[in-house]
Every structure is written in structure tokens, then in C-alpha cells.
Design a protein around this ligand. Structure first.
Ligand code: 5GP
Ligand code: ZN
Length: 118
């Protein structure tokens, strides 16, 4: 459910600064930092500062916060020079590979990504 933050949550702890991360951009409601296990030359995670489990919960909690995450993802693509294109990925649920249950958007780019994904 939607909680302001959770000390048990990895991304809440990154947002709070108690676990280090390489921050690349931020806004009032969102934080963008590099994925520790990059799958492309640019692999950045954009998370809402509020704790919600996934993108659907974020949309239900605050359309403004959802828009803020997507806006910051676009800014990351610009800052990282991804003019040729980039991919936003929102894994939702363990069956789709979600491992951290704090909503996040993967921003991937810097190589040919191909479609459909493998
Ligand atoms: P998911 O699989 O839930 O969609 O994405 C979680 C992402 O978080 C993974 O790509 C994983 O590499 C990344 N990740 C896991 N632990 C850490 C960490 O401690 N720091 C950072 N920066 N990324 C992490
Ligand atoms: Zn959290």
C-alpha cells in the first residue's frame, strides 16, 4: 500500500540517503540514479520519493507523481545524450521480473535495443 516511506525498502533508503547511489537527476517528487547492474550503457532508475509498490499504485496515488517520474525519465535521456532513442521499462510483479517493490522506471539506452525485447 501507499506509505510515505519504509525503512525496509531499498529504494526508500536510497531516497533518504542512507544507502549510497549515483544520482543523475532529481526533482521535488522523484529521484534518478544509476542501476547497480546495468543492462545497457545508460541504465538509470527513476523512482518516486513516496513509497508505492508499482506504477499502477503510483498512478492511483498521484497522477502528478506519475507524470513527474516520466518527466524526469525524459530529462535523464536528454542528459545522457540518448537522442537516437531510449526505452522506459516498468516491470510489474515478480512474474515480470520485478524484484524491488517500490515503483521505478528503468531508462535504458546507448545501444541498439531491438524489438521485441529478448
Ligand atoms: P526490477 O527488477 O525490480 O524491475 O528492478 C530493480 C533494479 O534495481 C534492478 O535492475 C537491480 O539491478 C537494481 N538494484 C538492486 N539493488 C540495487 C542497489 O542497491 N542500488 C542500485 N543503484 N540499484 C539496485
Ligand atoms: Zn520504498
Amino acid at each position: 500500500m501507499s506509505e510515505p516511506s519504509s525503512s525496509d525498502c531499498l529504494f526508500c533508503r536510497i531516497v533518504a540517503g542512507s544507502i549510497p547511489a549515483e544520482v543523475v537527476a532529481e526533482s521535488e517528487h522523484s529521484l534518478a540514479f544509476r542501476d547497480v547492474n546495468p543492462q545497457a550503457p545508460t541504465h538509470v532508475l527513476v523512482v518516486p520519493r513516496r513509497h508505492v509498490a508499482d506504477a499502477g499504485e503510483l498512478a492511483a496515488a498521484s497522477a502528478d507523481d506519475l507524470a513527474d517520474v516520466v518527466r524526469l525519465a525524459s530529462r535523464v535521456a536528454e542528459l545522457e545524450g540518448l537522442a537516437r532513442g531510449h526505452r522506459l521499462v516498468l516491470n510489474t510483479g515478480s512474474g515480470a521480473g520485478q524484484t524491488v517493490f517500490h515503483a521505478h522506471v528503468h531508462v535504458l539506452g546507448g545501444r541498439d535495443l531491438g524489438w521485441p525485447p529478448g
